[in-house]
Design a protein around this ligand. Sequence first.
Ligand SMILES: Nc1ncnc2c1ncn2[C@@H]1O[C@H](COP(=O)(O)OP(=O)(O)OP(=O)(O)O)[C@@H](O)[C@H]1O
Length: 661
Amino acid sequence: MPVMELKNVTKTYKMAGGGTFEALRGISASFEAGELVAIVGESGSGKSTLMNAIGGLDSDFGGEIIYEGKNLRNFSTQELVDYHKKSIGFIFQNFNLISHLNLIDNVSMAMTLSNVSEDFRKKRAKELLRKVGLEKHMYKKPDQISGGQKQRVAIARALVNDPDVIIADEPTGALDAETTDTILDMIREIAEEGKLVLMVTHSDKVASHCSRVLRIDNGELISDEQQLDLEYTENTREDIKVKNMSMWKAIKLAFLNMKAKLGRNLLVALGSSIGIMSVVLMLALGKGVTSYVSSTMKSYTNPNITEVHKKSSTQQTTKNPQNMSREEIAKQQQENMAALTGSGTNTGFTKKDIEKLSKIKHVDRYQKGYSSFSLGTNTVKYNNKQASLMMLQTMSDSISKSSIVEGKAPKNNHEIMLDRATADLLGKNILDKEVTLTLKIGEKTITQNFKVTGLYESQSQSSSTVFFTYAGLQDLYKTNQEKLLPNVVYLHTANKDNTKMIKDKVKDLGYTGSMQEQMTEMFTKMLNIITWVLTAIAAVSLVVSAIMILVVLNISVVERTKEIGVLKALGARRKDIRRIFASEAFLIGITSGAIGVVVTYVLGFFINNFTKAAFEVNVVSMTTKYAIAGIVISVVISMIAGILPSNRASKLDPVEALRKE
Ligand SMILES: Nc1ncnc2c1ncn2[C@@H]1O[C@H](COP(=O)(O)OP(=O)(O)OP(=O)(O)O)[C@@H](O)[C@H]1O
C-alpha cells in the first residue's frame, strides 16, 4: 500500500489585486516507503507549493492527498497537528533552527510540543545527534556551528518523532559540494531505513542520487522516472506517544526566549515596574499616614470610652449659607462661637439626653463632663507669675494615665491638674502647691485657690488647660449661684471592641464625638481622597507600561515569525503559540511586579528611616496585601497587553511565516 497518494492535486492562489494564479494543475503520483524522490523543476514551477500541501502546511488545495487512507484536506485541526508531530519531518534549505535554543532543545522541539517526558526527550535527542555526528556539540547554540552541521541538526530534528515521511526542501541548497555529499548520504540512509523521502532540488547532480525523479513544469507533472532501486529495511517505527503541550512547557519555552533577550526584557520590566512602584507606594503612604493619625489619636484616649458632644446648630442645619439672611448668618456665627467655647445654650445635655445615651447597648456606665474654651478670661497665678488658661475641662476616664506625667489626678473639690507647659510657665516645682485661679463662672468672675495635684501632657492637646473634678466644678458653680450643665458625656464599655458600635449609635442618635475625633475623621477622609487621587495618577503610568509591553511583544512576534512557522511545522497548535507568548507577557508582568514591590520596600525603608529620625513616625506602611496587589496588577496588565501580540502570533500562516526572509 502506498504511503502517500496524490490524486489530481491543484492549487490556485488568489492574487491581492483580484484574479487567481494556478500554481498546481492536477498532479497525480503515488509514493511507497523506502523511496527517495527528487522533485525537480524551474524556479516558480510549483515545487514548494506541492510540498506545503503534502506537508499539511496548506490544506487549501484541490484534488486529494491521501495519507493512511484519508484526504489531508479533510483532516481535523487535531489530526493535522498529530500529522505534523508523528508522520512528517521537515528539512529546510535554510535549516530554520531556533537560535536561542541549544542543539538538544532544537532537535527535541517536536517532543517538547508533544509533552514527552524530559528524560526520554533528552535521551532521544542525544541519540540522534550522535547519529549525525554532533554529540560533542549538543550544548552549543545554532550560531556556534557550521552550515553543514546545522543541516545535520535539522535532519536529526526531522527524525526525532520517527515519522514515515520526510520532506526536504532544497536541503543542500545552501551547502558546498563536499558537505552536500555528506548530507545526501544521510538523507539516502533515511530512505534506506524505510522512510519515504521527498526532496525538492534544482540540481540534477542531487537528483541523480535519488531513486525516482519527478519533474514539474508550470504546475504540471511532466515526467516521473524510476532511476535506482534502493534497498531498504522494513521500518520498525518507534512508538512515541504524542500529546498536547502542557502550560508548564509553554512557560519554560517562554523563559528560554526571555533569557535570550534578557537585557531588553529586563529593561521593559524595569520600565513598567515604575508604574507598579508608584501605585503601591501611594497606597502604602496613604495607609501609613492615615494609621499614624488614628493611632496618635487613639493613644491619647481610652479605647473603652466614647466621648459624646451635642451637635452645634451649624452641624444640625441643612440650610445653605447662600440662602440665609444676614441676621440668620450672624445668629449662626454667635452660636458657633458659643458652641466652641462651651457656653452655648444648646450644648448642654439634658437628663433625657443622658438617659438616651446611657441606654445604648453595651454601655455599662457614663460620666458627665464639661469643657469650655476661652481667650483671656481664665488665668492662673503663682508667685507673681501668671498664665492664661484656654481650656477648662473636667476629669474623666478618657484621660489616659500615661498622659498624667507627674503627680496624680485631682480627687477633691479644691484640687486641679494643669498641663505641663502652663505649669512650666509658672515656675518649677508647682506640684502640690496652691495656685490662684481667676475664672469666669456664668456671668461672674471669681478668684479662688486650688492645689495642683498632677501635671498633664499630651500631643493631641497642646493648649493650656486646667482640669477639675466634675463634682468640684459643679460645686464651684453652685456656690456662685450658677447651674452647670454637662456639655460632654463619656460612655464606658467593658469591652473595647464594642466602642465602634457605640460610636456609630451615638451618631445615629444625632450626637457627635470629640473635637479631635471629628477632626481625625475629616483628616482621614481627606487623606483617603488624596491617596486615591494620587494612586489614580500613578495608575496612568500603568497604561504606558501596557503599551510598552504590547510594542515589545509585537516586535518579538515580527522577529520570530520564521520560528513560529517552524513550530507550526513541527506540530505546535495555535493554542501552544498563544500560550508561549502569553507566558512571556506573564513573565514580564511578574518580573516588573516583583521589581516594583522590592523597590517600594527599599524606598519605604529609607523614607521611614528618614521620617523616623526627623519626626519619629513611619509614614510608609507597606503590607503583604499591597505587595500581592502590586504583583497581581502587574501580571494582569501585561497579560492584557499580551493578548493582541499572542493572538497575532498564533494566527500566522505557517507557509507565509516560513517564506519570510
Ligand atoms: N502566496 C502566493 N500568492 C500568489 N502566488 C504565489 C504565492 N506563493 C507562490 N506563488 C506562486 O506560485 C508559483 C509556485 O511557487 P513555488 O514557491 O511553489 O515555486 P517553486 O517551484 O518552489 O520555486 P523555487 O524553486 O524558486 O522555490 C510561483 O509562480 C509563485 O509566484
